[in-house]
Design a protein around this ligand. Structure first.
Ligand SMILES: [Zn+2]
Length: 186
């Protein structure tokens, strides 16, 4: 693979069963599965996907104290990616550990490092984000990437993201715009 040539990156954030149809699922999250699948299939560049990954003692973590709903416990059905999204990732030959960022909190600290490694230090022209939830993990990773890549265009596809609530989705889009993240398909 000529990865040094790839200058566009797509980050698929937390499209996992627990956020779509499981413990923290919602109709809004289910409605973005198809747009996310389409973005993956149409994308020409490096595709990475993040997985929220907790341990059995989730409720004792800081996140567990604020959000006392067990979710994305490593290895469970709820932790697994949504099946349609997984099929799309398989179709693009990226359904593997090399393209997976397992993260134990909202932002994936290894995400920018992985991009750096996989692009052999070449700065991406654009990093696009899709997935869940707009107001928690999408915004966290978008701002994280903005800090690491100030000269890259960071794009969030509003039609391929859903918030923990519809209001949260809108608020997060506004906050990201203020930080010069391009919101498309709003
Ligand atoms: Zn979590």
């Amino acid at each position: 693979m000529e990865q040094a040539q790839i200058k566009k990156v797509l980050v698929v954030v937390d499209m996992q069963n627990d956020f779509v149809s499981g413990a923290l699922g919602s109709a809004e999250a289910q409605a973005v599965v198809e747009p996310v699948v389409q973005r993956i299939l149409d994308f020409d560049g490096l595709i990475l996907y993040t997985l929220d990954t907790h341990t059995q003692d989730y409720l004792n973590t800081k996140e567990g104290q604020k959000l006392p709903v067990e979710h994305c416990i490593a290895g469970t059905e709820g932790w697994a990616p949504n099946s349609a999204v997984w099929m799309a990732l398989m179709h693009k030959n990226v359904a593997d550990e090399q393209h997976m960022i397992a993260k134990d909190t909202f932002g994936g600290v290894s995400l920018p490092m992985r991009i750096h490694e996989m692009l052999a230090g070449v700065e991406p022209e654009e990093i696009a984000l899709v997935g869940l939830c707009t107001d928690i993990c999408v915004i966290s990773n978008a701002l994280l990437l903005k800090a690491f890549y100030p000269e890259s265009t960071i794009t969030v596809d509003a039609a391929a993201c859903a918030g923990a609530t519809p209001e949260g989705h809108k608020t997060a889009l506004t906050a990201m715009k203020a930080c010069h993240i391009d919101i498309i398909n709003e």
